[in-house]
Design a protein around this ligand. Sequence first.
Ligand code: SF4
Length: 319
Amino acid sequence: MAEEHPILEVRNLKKYFKTPKGMLHAVDDVSFCIQRGKTLGIVGESGCGKSTTGRSILRLIEPTSGEVLFEGRDILRLSKDEMRRMRQKMQIIFQDPYSSLNPRMTISDIIAEPLRLHRLCSSSADCEKRVQRIMETVGLAERLVNSYPHELDGGRRQRVGIARALVLQPSFIVCDEPVSALDVSIQAQILNLMQDLQEQLHLTYIFITHNLSVVNHLADEIAVMYLGQVVEKAPAIELFEHPQHPYTKALLSAIPVPSLKKRTEMQPLTGEISSPINPPQTCRFAPRCPYACDRCTEGVPALRHLGGEHYVACCLCQQ
Ligand code: SF4
């Protein structure tokens, strides 16, 4: 059987910002690909470049260099008009549903806005019908059509954010910390909804989060980012069971376990985080790594293949 091409392939993506002190390397040579219908989790502390990666892929901010192949086309070379059409297929769900929804618009107008911008409705009745259908899909009651965002709780507001992203019938969605601003009890509902929608609509997700436990059941593959670079990438089960990079191990040890007996030893990170401005050409994790040695300062460790689909950027982890 012929191998399926990835829906998204990111090659050597870089996003640098000019600052008075020098170039800030927010995303520095990031590469990965995702198969259709799958979820790639991107995890790391705040400031590691995971959200900038997601936004650069959608060209919400323009990358400095690299390639982003979506269904085989490098979208960084598309004109404004071509990119506008492409955006129907590539959407984003934001972290804070309250600040991402216009407080002066009703729920139905918020959901219908992308349809109007892309001129996809043949009439107002058609628009209303599409809004109703998508509200039903994401579990929003019809009586809420004329409500305003401030009248809804956090979970319902995030359902509106999801409906707005889905109304254009995209095939790929960047989910940027979509449950971080929600109460724990609501988080599970939204995660279940996103999983159901993925199955029903055959969606492909990039799921960005600082919380590894959130992607545990959702992601097929996980990329761990540290200071703008991917330091480990593996199928989710493999990463949880056999983490290799010292940073991934520290992140996993910080996940709370609901059992006193099963508790693993925490590996708190000490040391200063390196500056992302003009970073040194060494392992960026070295100042916080308990295993750092002379070899770690000999250059930036490349992402090495460990076997299967497991890759690690650490000079101590080799096949
Ligand atoms: Fe730690 Fe060295 Fe590996 Fe970097 S390369 S993670 S400093 S052991």
